[in-house]
Design a binder for this molecule. Structure first.
Ligand code: CP3
Length: 352
């Protein structure tokens, strides 16, 4: 068992009492930090992911520089399809691009099941190295994409505005889609379990593209497979966070999927979300990431609103409603983090 200097994040995931609200930021290790860009001058993105020393270095940067209450291992959701046999390149200005997206049964069959300790050894090594460097300062989060979000990239080949290829697949070849989602879920569960065994203290499942599906389709093609991952996880009491962007019309169902924490994007009122599901799960979020373009006064005002909307008591982990943008000044993030640390104590009085 870890003995943390700061376990506010883990206690909040379990709705246990805390002295103040913890905060971490999605994509906190990234291009908005000059120190990250300096590492990227020497090595391209995938090299950073695949070199445990570099991955550990950039994972720890926001702990030292910004003072967040949790670290998230530096990697990418797309290391899973890569390990299953799909090659991708990170193209400047485009993002990840798969050279041979999945188009038919043969492509699907060619995808391999993996042994995470062998095929994703570089992530496991990065976790072990990062744990040493953190030395109990804060907990470490591991993550994977949801099967649905991974499938969108594997079928589209890259980001998309319409997602017509992956939607065509689920509506014309539902059996094939289900077998792919099932295979990805098995691999993601094995990978997350291996990360837990290697030292991560919580895991987050990113369903970035859940919100492009109708309610019924979300249940059938995304939620089912998030549940499949959670039910297969080998864990002790490590919390599971599910961040399904654009799906707050399903909060009640999400709250029963086995997650300890639901991540919220910024379009929902966190006070209303708490009323709906707050007795079942903790909530994470949900400041609009673009508020960080504004000055101190506006950042503090909007962050204060979120603390007030959530209200008294535990079960809130402060975060943005999606990843931080690369052109946000790091000082602005520091303003947010310092404000939340100081002002949130008010919401945890009376032994809460
Ligand atoms: O949060 C963290 O600090 C940990 C690292 C992390 C990265 N990607 C690093 C990264 C995490 C948790 C991710 C998750 C991820 N990756 C998601 C789900 C979360 C979300 O933001 O919706 C998705 C959809 C991806 C796929 C991906 N990776 C895209 C679409 C892109 C290109 C867009 C962009 O921001 O450039 C990436 C690249 C990527 N992943 C970068 C980083 C720091 C930037 C690459 C660089 O350094 O040049």
């Amino acid at each position: 068992m870890d003995n943390f200097q700061n376990d506010l994040f883990l206690r909040s995931c379990k709705c246990l009492p805390v002295e103040r609200t913890p905060i971490w930021i999605m994509r906190q290790a990234g291009r908005y930090l000059p120190e990250y860009r300096a590492v990227r001058e020497k090595a391209d993105f995938l090299t950073v992911c695949k070199t445990p020393e570099l991955a550990a270095e950039v994972t720890v940067q926001p702990i030292d520089l910004i003072g967040v209450d949790a670290a998230i291992i530096f990697s990418d959701i797309l290391v899973i399809p890569e390990a299953m046999g799909m090659h991708f390149a990170m193209e400047e200005g485009v993002g990840p691009v798969f050279t041979q997206p999945i188009r038919n049964e043969a492509d699907a069959k060619a995808l391999r099941y993996i042994d995470p300790f062998a095929d994703l050894k570089y992530v496991i090594d990065a976790v072990i190295m990062t744990k040493k460097e953190l030395n109990g300062r804060v907990p470490l989060i591991g993550f994977s994409g949801s099967p649905w979000t991974l499938l969108t990239y594997m079928v589209e080949g890259q980001g998309s505005k319409t997602f017509s290829k992956v939607k065509k697949l689920i509506f014309t070849r539902p059996k094939l889609a289900h077998s792919l989602l099932s295979k990805i879920a098995d691999v993601a569960a094995a990978f997350l379990s291996a990360k837990i065994e290697s030292g991560v203290n919580a895991v987050q499942i990113f369903d970035t593209w859940g919100g492009i599906l109708s309610e019924d389709d979300f249940k059938e093609f995304s939620l089912t497979y998030i549940q499949k991952i959670i039910s297969q996880l080998r864990r002790n009491d490590e919390p599971v966070i599910v961040f399904a962007k654009g799906v707050h019309y399903m909060l009640d169902k999400l709250a029963r999927c086995g997650a300890d924490v639901l991540g919220l994007d910024w379009t929902i009122n966190i006070g209303k979300a708490r009323k709906k599901v707050g007795d079942k799960v903790a909530l994470q979020g949900n400041l609009d990431p673009t508020v960080l373009y504004a000055g101190r006064e506006k950042i503090e005002k909007e962050a204060g609103k979120i603390l007030t909307l959530f209200g008294q008591g535990s079960g809130h982990i402060f975060n943005l409603g999606h990843g931080i943008f690369p052109d946000v000044p790091p000082e602005n993030l520091k303003v947010l983090v310092d404000f939340v640390k100081k002002e949130s104590a008010y919401f945890h009085r009376a032994g809460e």
